[in-house]
Design a protein around this ligand. Sequence first.
Ligand code: MN
Ligand code: MN
Length: 292
Amino acid sequence: MNTYLLSFADSVDSIEKAIFVLFGVPFDSTSSYRKGSKFAPNAIRDASYNFEAWMFEHQLDLSEVCLYDAGDLYELGSVEEMLSETKKTVREILDIGAFPIMLGGEHSVSPAAISQFKDIGVLHIDAHLDFRDEYMGCKNSHACASRRASDFVGIKNIVPMGMRSISKEEIEDVKKKGLRFIDAYKIHEIGIEIAVDQALKYMKNNKRIYLTLDIDGIDPAYAPGTGTPEPFGLTPFDIKKLIAKVADRLVGFDLVEVSPPYDNGNTSALAARIVKEVIAQVYKKNKNIGKK
Ligand code: MN
Ligand code: MN
């Protein structure tokens, strides 16, 4: 782990006290269109200093919530090596009873994190379905993220939300495998809160939820700094409401696909603010957090 980095705002200096442990995975080798997400963990840390520690709408001072920033994984050559390091790190965080927050990197690393939990449901927010069984010869491509996650949790325990881009082959596989997803158009029509209720109803394991947020699920007007931008996305407020709805049952979180070379600063700022939102909401609502 590379810890010679700027730490996320309001973090503590000792892992012993940690309720939340954040780490970065600087990896973007399978990215198909625009790379750059390996620079995201540091850009998001940097942006985290933009905000007050006091979150007035939650009546909570984040400097009193024990967050430990473990630094970044070392950049390793192959996707397999990155995945195995990611698994190991999440395992260690869960073993000390803390809540893992992972900053990508690209979406290929999320299934590795997800694989370390038992009896969970996964909410996968994304512009893309990521349900290809392989992409350009790689089964662990970021274009296969929901598919690989479903290998671990089961097809009935993952619900992708926010899609605007799905290939014809993926739709055929959706029918074959019985995947349920809620696209962005449906969410705009029924509202995010009803959509989350539906997603939880679809899942068998809906008492313990892992949230994986591909930043391109949010509209590029708000989050332009990403590898594969798609119009007609969700709003930051949709994400805030979604977090509020599932915070009482959240067990882990990752935020992936921010690409600083394509950013004007707003995407990293939004990402940092969403991390803070998750910490505040989970701290206030999840009664199991911090019980070691
Ligand atoms: Mn994705
Ligand atoms: Mn995506």
